[in-house]
Design a protein around this ligand. Sequence first.
Ligand SMILES: C[S@@+](CC[C@H](N)C(=O)[O-])C[C@H]1O[C@@H](n2cnc3c(N)ncnc32)[C@H](O)[C@@H]1O
Length: 261
Amino acid sequence: MAANTILQAFKLKGRELDLYISPDDLFVPNAVSRLFAKIVDIKAGDTVFDIGTGVGVLAVWAALQPCEEVHAVDPVPAHCILVAENAELHGVDDKLRVYQGSLFDPLPADLKADAIIGDVSGIADAPGKSLGWYSSDVPTGGSDGTDVIIELLKAARNRLTSRGRLYFPVAVGLSDDEKIMAAAQQCYGNLDRKVNVWFPLSEEEYEVVAGCLPPALLARIQRRGSRMAWNGHIYEATCPKWAETGEDATRREPVYRQHLG
Ligand SMILES: C[S@@+](CC[C@H](N)C(=O)[O-])C[C@H]1O[C@@H](n2cnc3c(N)ncnc32)[C@H](O)[C@@H]1O
């Protein structure tokens, strides 16, 4: 186990979960992780993907539900080691598989999910690093926070079963949320905003953010009561579509099969 690893309790949907974390080097589960656990709909028998699993908080939580199997992906090797250890700690290592790599790349090509938890990096590089939310080992969402989420939105269309649901976060102002939502609308016929929460910033945090965000994004950080705050959303996306045809994903498959047959 990594040198700086500690065991810490996290409360998710009323359930206390002990997890190995490495606060100095790796991503630490936070309020957004808890909000995901509140709204992700996992049904009995589901196949679940947790893309951007970090130390596996949502993957382990999902594996403790009556789903069939969980596949967790993260590009950071040290995250993947802790996911495996956290799965073993909770006795779910038989139904949780861990893959190191980007998005869906390391997964078997024909594997699809009923629920995709897509809590990937969605904060712009400058605030993510300057606020200390991302260590140098953990990739951020790029210069405007959209790089990983937009790739996820596009690729997930091919990875959902006909009843599949994709969950993704949007950090208004800390990323270019308008660009993310434009991509989401191009890719999915149905977008349901499940979470809309304001996260207050301390004065020092706001100073950091004001010093590194471009004016157009900074304008989206607003005063809520006595504090400046950023607005966090989580969406459930269903009904995948392809821009070139406007076709619905669930209809595309049989059409393709028909051509083959
Ligand atoms: C905001 S953290 C969330 C981690 C975890 N879901 C949690 O709640 O603690 C984002 C995660 O996305 C991962 N990530 C970044 N780029 C990725 C990519 N291309 N594919 C998969 N995961 C990625 C990061 O390594 C990080 O663990």
